[in-house]
Design a protein around this ligand. Structure first.
Ligand code: SF4
Length: 216
């Protein structure tokens, strides 16, 4: 296992972060599993703020997955213009909506394999949907914040999301799997920024990066 912290330091660091950011939650706004699916599919390579800004108008026009399944791409694109790779994403949203309407009676599947078979849904998206729509924990969603902070702190030496997820799942108690990604993201936004503020960090006595810098 490629963790640079020992098991007891990992437990302390994770507990401290979970306690500090106990209110951390999924960062996209949604009111139903259907809206969550669409948010998740729009979100890659696009800022959360952009998604949260455009979705109220989008969901007031397209209220159900049936609406999305019948959407005209040339009209739908007008609602998601600021989203990166919008054309490809709306194609996947329309096709995924058709499958869910036709094969799952309009209900988002609560099974990871069925979710992974939908167009445009990768592992991170599937895990996020299960956590936030159904409170089903199948793994840890690994986004760019998780990649960056896991390496800095010393939870994983890998830059590969699948390997990082496997590393984290070996060392972090399963009761935290549904929360840890949002906790790391919050910590990244507040303290472990591009230029980390290590002097004010609650885990600076444990963190690999801070201790490497100090020992130089
Ligand atoms: S000590 Fe510094 S690098 Fe480590 S988690 Fe804290 S802010 Fe990030």
């Amino acid at each position: 296992m490629e963790s640079l912290l020992n098991a007891s330091n990992i437990d302390i660091a994770v507990s401290k972060l979970i306690n500090k950011y106990h209110n951390a939650k999924y960062y996209l706004n949604f009111n139903s599993p259907n809206e969550l699916l669409v948010c998740v599919m729009l979100s890659p390579q696009t800022k959360d703020e952009t998604i949260n800004k455009i979705t109220p108008k989008l969901f007031s026009k397209y209220k159900t997955l049936k609406d999305f399944s019948n959407a005209d791409p040339d009209e739908l694109i007008n609602y998601v213009r600021n989203v990166n790779f919008a054309k490809n994403k709306i194609k996947n949203i329309i096709n995924a909506s058709k499958i869910i309407v036709n094969e799952y009676n309009g209900k988002i599947p609560n099974n990871i394999d069925q979710l992974l078979n939908l167009p445009g849904i990768g592992r991170k998206s599937a895990i996020s949907i299960l956590i936030n729509a159904y409170n089903i924990i199948e793994g840890i969603p690994v986004d760019t914040w998780v990649i960056k902070l896991s390496f800095r702190i010393g939870l994983s030496l890998s830059k590969n999301p699948d390997k990082i997820e496997a590393d984290l799942e070996k060392i972090i108690d399963k009761k935290y799997w549904g929360k840890i990604s949002y906790v790391l993201k919050q910590h990244g936004k507040e303290t472990c920024k591009s230029v980390p503020i290590c002097s004010k960090c609650i885990i600076n006595d444990l963190c690999k990066k801070n201790n490497v810098v100090k020992s130089l």
